[in-house]
Structures are given as C-alpha cells and as structure tokens.
Write a protein that binds this ligand. Structure first.
Ligand code: IFM
Length: 437
C-alpha cells in the first residue's frame, strides 16, 4: 500500500477544469427505446448469471431523468466546474425519422441549468446506446448507416451547440471487439473512425468548442516480463486497442491487423484534443486463447463482491500513457474506482491525481479531470460496482454524499492537495478482502 498521508503538496495549473462524468443510460432510467434496454429484457441477458445474482436490467437506474434538477444542484454544491454527460439518441429519435420535441426540451433544460451554474459541459453524442430501430438496421456495423447518425446530429447540433463547451462524438469505441484481429472487427473499427470523423466535421459547423471521442486507454503489460511472446502480444494488444486509434486520427491511415490499410482524409486531424478514460492495467498472457491474463495473485483483492475487470489499480499508467499524447491538449474524461469501501476511493483519487500532476510536470498539456462517476449508477449489466462520489439508494433514489465527495470538493477548491488533505478525510487506510471466489 502507498502512504497517501505523506504525499507532497501539489497544485494544478490556473483554470484547470475539475468535475465528474456520467452517461445517460447509466443514470436516467426508463431508456426504453434503446437497444440496451431491449437487450436487458431478453432471457439471454442472464446467460452468464443464471441465478441472477449479479445481473439486472437498468430499470429506473438513478431516476435522473426525473431528478435532474436536484442533480444539477448536487453538482454545484460539490464545487464541480465541469460535467460530462451524454444525450440519448433513442429519446430524441425513438422511431426512425420521428423527433421527440419533449425529450429535446428536457435536455435543453438540463444543459441550461448546468450552464446557469457556470458548469463547463462536455457532451457525449454516443455512449454505447442508440435507438433499437438503428440497431435492427445493423447499427454502425453497416457503413451506410452512418447517414442516420448524420441526420440525427444535423437535427440536434444546432439546438444544443451554444450550451456545450466540449464534445465527445463517441465513447470508447477503440475497445470494441477486444483483442481480435481480422476483417469483421477491422471493418467495425473503421466504420467507427469514420462515424467519429463525420461527427467531428458536423460539430465544427456549429461550435468552436474542442471535439474528440473518448478513448478507453488500457495499460497492457506482459504476464512474464522476460517472455518474448508475452511482450509481442502486449504490443499487439496495445496496437489493437490504443495505437490504431491515435494513428488514424493523426495520419488518416486506417491500419488494423488482418486487412489492407485504407486512407481517409476526413479522419486525418479530426480532433482538437485527446479525451482519455483511464482506470487500471491489464495483463497479457500469450498462452491464453483470449490473450487476457489473470491478475497478480498477491493483488487479487476484491473491491466489490463480484469479479470485475477494473480492479488492478496502476496510477503510473496515467503517466506512461499520457506521455504518448503530447501533440494535443488532453482531458481526462473518466477515471475512477468501484470500491464498496469509500476510503479506497480517496486513496485511488489521491494516487491518480498525483500521477496526473506528474504527467503535467513532464509536459503533457492536461486541461481537466472528470471523475467517473458523480454517483453510483448502472454498470451496464449490474448495479454492484459502485463508482460514485455520491451513493444512490436504488429503491428510494436518495442521494448521500460519501467522504470521497468531500475530499474531492476540497481538492477542487484548493486546485490541489497534500497528504494532510487526505488525512482530514481518511481516518485509516482501507483493507480489502482477498478474492475467495
Ligand atoms: O461505466 C463505464 C462507462 O460507461 C465507460 N467507461 C468505463 C466505465 C466503468 O466501467
């Protein structure tokens, strides 16, 4: 364990943007026209969990669609100056070509309230979910379907642009398909790069605010550091999930293992900043079919009562990876942990913010940090991983501040912190149970 009480005092640059992030489907509730909602109703949804111990449908999630006014007040009371949220395409266009003006008015009211509090708003235009009708047409898997996304953006962007201070066209598509090579996955990734570029150029017609797509930056490392095969496969994993994306946006070259490279001038330079979501590191084992290794046994501590892929904390990964992104300003658009013991979140925050500061000192132009997530929410198939600074009771939807929210509020107020700040909010270091599953 690190000694977070002895961390040296750090201060971030003047004007550094502090805040938090959420996504529509994970907090709003009743997102009934989306493909995700539809999938959650199918018996097949429980195939990996026949006893329904961990999986659950999103249902009312945090009931944020109803409680958004209170949530804006909450954000402001916690001192957040920036907020990343997504707009649900399936609410705005529930049936093909039919616009729901009430849903649009809802989002405009939310954006106006946030702006009224002086909060810098980052909007994600596609955060994993889209209308069921679009999914049934093949979604982004069909290249020609980009025209539906284009039509939606052409409707939405002029209306919301004056209120938006930063854009993510698509969330984390760089990880889709995992560590597979070959034509099917390459074609999906190329489609997504082109959908990103389409969004980028459309936004530019309406907005001066910086545009990117949020990149899930996974830090891969070899199971056996001396082993050539593990190291080569680690390089492959890094290319398949990270580098293909950076390379395409920098050069316009769409390169992926198993297919001929393509060149698309619209993709080249289609970004104003890097938008980085960073959580943990992941082990690569060349001798396993899926390549993903286990965790180090001595680090198999459980932060929540289920196996979860985001449990191996590695703050240094922020430094190593951000150093690869020196050519544009960087926003951390997600970073967080899902421990039940909130004290661990304070440790996680203290270490990751220290690492982030070190990346700044090494010359990376980091402009802001958005913690994932403002509140406990729906983690796609389950409510068990709790990422929130604010606890949500999923029966009553009551919000309760955690100690980490107060720690983070002080970090924001002081534009930095020291080991002393940590001590004021953390009575003792957390202990985590060893994996027993
Ligand atoms: O909850 C997700 C989010 O939707 C995308 N990034 C990772 C988070 C934690 O798993």
């Amino acid at each position: 364990m690190y000694d977070v009480f002895s961390l040296p005092a750090i201060r971030f640059p003047e004007g550094f943007l502090w805040g938090s992030a959420t996504a529509g489907h994970q907090i709003e509730g009743d997102n009934i026209h989306s493909q995700a909602w539809h999938n959650e109703q199918q018996p097949d949804f429980y195939r990996d969990d026949p006893k329904r111990a961990t999986r659950a449908p999103s249902g009312k999630a945090c009931d944020h669609y109803r409680l958004y006014r209170e949530d804006v007040e909450l954000l402001a009371s916690l001192g957040h100056r920036a907020y990343r949220m997504s707009i649900e395409w399936s609410r705005i266009e529930p049936a093909e070509g039919r616009w729901d003006h009430e849903a649009l008015a809802h989002y405009l009211d939310l954006l106006e309230r946030l702006a009224g509090k002086g909060i810098h708003i980052f909007v994600t235009l596609h955060h994993f979910t889209h209308p069921l009708w679009f999914e049934r047409l093949g979604g982004f898997g069909v290249a020609d379907n980009r025209r539906f996304f284009e039509r939606y953006l052409a409707f939405l962007l002029p209306k919301i642009s004056p209120l938006v201070s930063g854009w993510n066209v698509i969330n984390e598509f760089n990880q889709w398909g995992g560590l597979t090579a070959g034509p099917a996955i390459a074609s999906l990734k190329f489609n997504m790069l082109r959908a990103h570029a389409l969004g980028y150029h459309l936004i530019k017609r309406h907005s001066q605010a910086p545009v990117s797509s949020a990149h899930a930056f996974v830090h891969w490392f070899p199971r056996r550091f001396h082993d050539d095969l593990d190291r080569r496969m680690t390089a492959f994993a890094d290319f398949a999930t990270n580098e293909f994306f950076f390379h395409a946006l920098r050069t316009g070259e769409l390169v992926y293992p198993g297919v001929d490279a393509e060149y698309d001038p619209d993709v080249k330079g289609a970004l104003d900043c890097w938008s980085v979501n960073y959580y943990t590191r992941h082990m690569i084992d060349a001798r396993r079919a899926g390549l993903e290794g286990p965790r180090f046994r001595h680090k198999e501590l459980r932060m929540i009562p289920m196996r979860f892929y985001l449990e191996e904390m590695y703050p240094e990964g922020l430094i190593a990876n951000l150093e690869r992104l020196r050519d544009y300003p960087v926003y951390i658009t997600e970073n967080g942990c899902c421990a039940d013991d909130d004290r661990f979140r304070i440790v996680y925050l203290a270490l990751h913010l220290s690492a982030l500061h070190e990346a700044l000192e090494r010359g990376v132009d980091v402009r802001g940090y958005l913690y994932w997530s403002l509140m406990d929410n729906y983690e796609w198939t389950t409510f068990i991983p709790r990422f929130g600074l604010v606890a949500v009771d999923f029966q009553t939807f009551r919000r309760t501040l955690k100690a980490s929210a107060l720690f983070y509020r002080e970090v924001i107020r002081d534009n930095g912190f020291s080991g002393e700040t940590v001590r004021r909010h953390l009575d003792a270091l957390p202990t985590l149970p060893q994996d027993s599953t």
